[in-house]
Write a protein that binds this ligand. Structure first.
Ligand code: RNT
Ligand code: ZN
Length: 418
């Protein structure tokens, strides 16, 4: 079957494949820099383990160790992904040269100048994340610490991050989503569950008192259920994060990571629940296996359903900010980036090729028999042809055409990193 045959088949159920592809090409999806180096960053000792309750597993050779290596790997990934990528940086990826090291509370926009140049040369926007983990001042609490000096240090880091996010947004001419996530929590049964949450709330209040234009910088609050080593109590729980965002709608938005809920909870159902109240929400798309394991995103039921809700709820019109968040150190890291990014694009394209108005009408008229038949038949539509055409339109390789590039890069570049 050719693309034109597929196009005709979709046209018969009222779908304009060209329009779907055109729409997807304008949707920003953030590529997370941290898949390239196992979330190590450049500001602390890379031999130290990650903290904050997150974990990378595996030791596949070729991890990027410097900003030059990381940028080169990102370039390789960018050459193999269709769509409209945007960078997503963590504060720990500040670039220090000539002894210009600064601790996290003292970071300045200039430490991200090289990233701005990188993004400008490639026409990319950039999102940002303060880094509240993997640092000697995690006691292990940060913004919720009872130690005032520690808490102050992290508030200052948050404020510095707002200034950096402003710089990124202004320089690159695209809004910067700035996500606040901490791994704050306790390993064992707490004696006080309220105190840390009140301090966390007050700390975010202070961070967001740093002036910024909400049209350019979008602070987010990301919740979590638990982390490794902090199994008994998470300060920034779902109720905490959502309540904070709901009470501060004029200056922040909620962020849902689909690895951060109990295993039978699904983020796709939470998307419309939140959109009934929030003008905008943000997502971290990941693949949790039994826990927040951050496996590479696949073209699986959960990802497809997330994409369907984004599309059906008008999320592509700027209401849902999409970012990837996973880190697998057990396979070629560039392939991990490319596979997850392409699958996210695939899921969005797949969602754009659904006759949503017709399906909704069947639901609203109580025609559940036909709704089931229609939804099932959609699954065998010739989606692959449209996907390949989309890759071609974006000037990127179709399926079956990109993996040899990864193998070549591994041989020529990654294997030399010893
Ligand atoms: C951790 C959160 C958080 C991080 C990144 C590195 O569980 O998902 O978003 O993964 O900030
Ligand atoms: Zn996340």
């Amino acid at each position: 079957m050719s693309y034109s045959d597929a196009k005709e088949k979709y046209a018969k159920i009222g779908i304009d494949t060209d329009a779907a592809m055109k729409k997807l090409r304008d949707v920003p999806v953030s590529l997370h820099c941290w898949q390239g180096d196992d979330v190590k960053g450049f500001d602390t000792d890379p031999s130290k383990p990650l903290t904050g309750g997150i974990q990378t597993t595996g030791n596949y050779p070729g991890r990027a160790r410097t900003y030059q290596e990381l940028m080169s790997d990102i370039d390789k990934a960018l050459s193999l992904i269709p769509g409209r990528p945007k960078m997503n940086l963590h504060a720990s990826y500040a670039i220090f040269e000539d002894g210009d090291w600064a601790d996290r509370d003292k970071l300045e926009p200039r430490h991200f100048k090289k990233w701005v140049d990188f993004c400008k040369e490639r026409g990319l926007g950039c999102d940002f994340n303060p880094t509240f983990f993997s640092h000697p001042k995690c006691d292990p609490l940060t913004l919720s610490s009872p130690n005032e000096e520690t808490r102050r240090f992290w508030i200052d880091h948050g404020k510095a991050s707002i200034r950096i996010s402003k710089y990124l947004a202004e320089e690159l001419g695209e809004e910067c989503i700035m996500n606040i996530w901490t791994g704050d929590g306790l390993k064992d049964i707490p004696a006080d569950r309220l105190g840390p949450r009140e301090r966390y709330r007050d700390s975010i209040d202070e961070i967001l008192s740093e002036p910024f234009d909400f049209a350019k910088v979008k602070p987010c609050i990301e919740s979590k259920v638990f982390g490794i080593g902090v199994e008994s109590y998470t300060v920034g729980s779902a109720e905490f994060a959502l309540s904070y965002a709901a009470m501060n709608k004029d200056k922040c938005i909620p962020l849902m990571d689909n690895g951060h809920y109990h295993p039978t909870e699904v983020v796709y159902d939470k998307i419309p629940a939140l959109l009934a109240f929030f003008p905008e929400i943000a997502l971290h798309v990941t693949r949790p296996i039994r826990w927040d394991s951050d496996h590479v995103v696949l073209f699986d039921d959960e990802t497809r359903e997330i994409a369907r809700e984004i599309v059906r709820c008008g999320g592509l019109e700027g209401r849902v900010h999409i970012a990837l968040d996973y880190f697998d150190a057990s396979i070629n890291r560039i392939s991990a980036w490319v596979t997850g990014y392409r699958n996210t694009q695939k899921a969005l394209l797949y969602a754009l090729l659904q006759p949503n108005d017709r399906l909704k009408e069947l639901q609203d008229t109580g025609n559940f028999t036909e709704l089931m038949v229609a939804q099932e038949e959609l699954k065998t539509m010739p989606f692959g042809e449209v996907w390949d055409e989309y890759c071609r339109l974006c000037g990127k390789p179709a399926d079956g055409e990109w993996f040899s590039e990864i193998e070549k890069y591994e041989k020529e570049v990654l294997e030399a990193r010893v």
